[in-house]
Structures are given as structure tokens and as C-alpha cells.
Design a protein around this ligand. Structure first.
Ligand SMILES: *[C@@H]1O[C@H](CO)[C@@H](O)[C@H](O)[C@H]1NC(C)=O
Length: 360
């Protein structure tokens, strides 16, 4: 199977005089009321062209505004959408971050086999070939776990890279997860059944500092951990926060999930968390089990050291939840990334939050 091209199906405004070449949208302002979308298109265009420069396959863009028939035939209801078309007619939907590096990684990953065979000579290189790499180590090439691992790998092939390595004959089969940029290695020894392997893939692949979107929100809310939200409104600051907060996220990883949030897209969440709009970067801690919000003082600079102290104060009960804590506990109010209902591609199911942990 070969890849033919990655296509972006979009509907972006040309009003800035800077946007997509294809865009001609005058009727479009009715559809897109929010400037935010035009902005996100602009950002995506530059990311898309960076990715296109280095891609091994053509990266095309299609304006759904002038090609409505094509877009509806391809089942596109929400723009911009990114799809990868394989030459056998198979289509992979892209759900990752809308950055050049993430799009490029997706294209490269998709051009590799579902499972790469690695040996002692190229193991080190393969470990860092992608943000998240899983390697199954088996004592012999025909080990029964290989088929199970392959099924899971097929399902997650567009998100992570998978390899298999035949180790010494007396080895017990196990799965390794490498996250080279976080300097993390996780080992999973079993049980090596489909559900457990998939569970490991989902859990181990979460970055220490992730980025919250409507597409992964439920995964975080259902994890049973409290969330530390870090809001920022530039790609550069989001990326800096991810790096700076990784050690702190590692320290608290049993109890807390650290996530950055793009305030350009999810700015409406600020007020739900007791934060003021427009004062960025900003941070808050959210405990989904009790619906408690802990907004971080927006006059103080968001830094790992002060957030560390802030979290400890919350744990020790020194900082009380925002608003009347009794009322909030009863209402079980939920903070949602998404206010609107999305189409099938991005829709997230109704979730219920974990209840079995105390303060944090
Ligand atoms: C690693 O090297 C072996 C040969 O030693 C080769 O068969 C295999 O395809 C290589 N794997 C990767 C991912 O390059």
C-alpha cells in the first residue's frame, strides 16, 4: 500500500490578504462568525506549507467553499479537516495537533509499515524516530503475542510508531514505550492480551504535558486525576510551557495531568475556571471528581516553581476552591472544552468522571 497524498479540506477566509490561495469566501462570513477560526486557518496555513516542503508526498489543499460537492462526497462537515489518501482508496483522518512537526510526523509514520522490524543495530535509532515508539520484544519471531500486537498497532498506526524486536530466547515477551523527548521509558510485561496492550498504548502515549482539545478532553476527564490547565495564546508559548512543565508533570504524574490549552480556540473556558479573559498566560487546577476550580492568580507569572507551590497549597487545603466550595461540590459542575456539538469526526461521547480519589 502506498500513500498518494495528504489533503486538507478547508473553508478559510481570505480577508487578511494573507490566507490560503484558494480561498475566495464572500458567502463564508455567514458560516464563520468567529475571527478565531480565520486566525486558526492562518496559523494552519503556515504550518501546512512548512510540512509540505519536507513531505515525501504531495500535500494539497481544497477549498470546500468552492468545492462543496467534493467535500460532501468526502464526508467533510467540519473545517479544516486533514485526510490522508492511500492509493488503494483507504483514507486516514488526521486528529493530531495542527503543527508542521506533528503533520510531518503523521505523514512519515504513515509511510512506514505498521510494524517495523528492529534489531540491535538500529534499535537506538528507531527508539527516537517518533514522539512515541512502542517496541514489542519477543523471544522468537513466531511468538503468539505478535499477532495481537499487530492488531493494536494497526489501529494506532497513524498516531504512534511500532516495532518488533526478537530478543534472547529466554526473554519474557514485553512491550516497551519510548518517549525520547521526555526521556521516559515504560515497560509493560503483561498480561499481553488485546485489551491490556491497547490500554498500555493509550496510557503510556499520553505526553507528560499534553494539549487539551475537544478530541482528547474525555480521556483526561475520565483519568481520575485532577488537571492543571495552562492557557496561552501563541504557539511559541504553548510549546515553551510544554517543555518547561515536563519535570513538574513528571513529579506529580500519579495525581495530576498537566495540559496546555490554546486560548485562541478555547478562550471560553477561562471564565468557567474563574479566570479573567484576556490575561494570558493563565493557569488553573480543576478537580473533575468534585467539580472544583482553583484559578491561579493572574498577576503572577506562570512558572513551574510557583505552580508547584500552588498545587501543594491546594493539597494541603490552604487554597480553597473558587466560589463557595459547598455549593460547587453539590452542583458537580463540569468544565468542558466544547460548548457546541461537533460532527462525527471530532465528537466525543458523554463521559462520566472518576470519583474514587480525594482532594487531588
Ligand atoms: C534494522 O536492521 C535490519 C537488518 O539488520 C533490517 O532488516 C530492518 O529492516 C532494520 N529496521 C529498520 C527500522 O530500519
Amino acid at each position: 500500500m502506498r500513500l498518494s497524498s495528504a489533503i486538507i479540506l478547508s473553508s478559510c477566509l481570505a480577508s487578511t490578504g494573507w490566507c490560503w490561495e484558494h480561498a475566495s469566501g464572500d458567502a463564508l462570513s455567514e458560516i464563520i462568525e468567529k475571527n478565531e477560526l480565520a486566525e486558526s486557518c492562518e496559523t494552519l496555513e503556515s504550518e501546512w506549507s512548512i510540512a509540505a516542503e519536507s513531505a515525501s508526498i504531495p500535500l494539497l489543499s481544497i477549498d470546500c467553499n468552492s468545492e462543496p460537492k467534493f467535500c460532501s462526497e468526502h464526508d467533510v462537515a467540519l473545517f479544516p479537516a486533514i485526510r490522508l489518501y492511500h492509493d488503494v482508496g483507504q483514507v486516514t483522518r488526521y486528529r493530531g495537533e495542527r503543527t508542521a512537526s506533528s503533520i510531518s510526523a503523521f505523514v512519515q509514520r504513515s509511510s512506514r509499515p505498521v510494524i517495523s522490524v528492529v534489531d540491535v543495530n538500529n534499535l537506538t535509532e528507531f527508539q527516537s524516530i517518533d514522539t512515541v515508539v512502542f517496541i514489542l520484544v519477543i523471544p522468537n519471531p513466531d511468538h503468539e503475542v505478535k499477532a495481537t500486537f499487530t492488531r493494536v498497532a494497526t489501529q494506532y498506526h497513524s498516531s504512534f510508531s511500532f516495532g518488533v524486536r526478537v530478543g534472547p530466547p529466554n526473554y519474557k515477551a514485553h512491550v516497551l514505550c519510548y518517549k525520547s523527548h521526555e526521556d521516559e521509558l515504560e515497560v509493560f510485561t503483561g498480561p499481553l492480551n488485546p485489551t491490556a496492550i491497547e490500554g498500555f498504548v493509550k496510557e503510556a502515549s499520553l505526553p507528560l504535558v499534553g494539549q487539551l482539545t475537544r478530541r482528547n478532553e474525555m480521556k483526561y476527564l475520565k483519568s481520575g486525576k485532577s488537571l492543571v490547565y495552562i492557557f496561552a495564546n501563541t504557539d511559541a508559548s504553548i510549546s515553551t510551557f510544554k517543555t518547561e512543565f515536563t519535570p513538574l508533570a513528571k513529579k506529580f504524574k500519579e495525581y495530576l495531568s498537566f495540559v496546555t490549552i490554546d486560548a485562541r480556540e478555547y478562550g471560553h473556558m477561562l471564565e468557567t475556571l474563574g479566570l479573567q479573559k484576556g490575561k494570558l498566560p493563565a493557569a488553573a487546577v480543576y478537580n473533575p471528581s468534585f467539580g472544583q476550580m482553583f484559578p491561579f492568580d493572574q498577576e503572577i507569572e506562570v512558572e513551574p516553581k510557583v505552580i508547584d507551590a500552588f498545587v501543594i497549597d491546594i493539597v494541603q487545603g490552604i487554597i480553597k476552591p473558587w466560589g463557595s466550595s459547598e455549593e460547587k461540590e453539590d452542583s458537580g459542575q463540569q468544565v468542558a472544552v466544547e460548548e457546541r456539538q461537533e460532527d462525527g469526526e471530532d465528537a466525543i461521547g458523554e463521559g462520566h468522571v472518576g470519583v474514587d480519589h480525594s482532594e487531588l
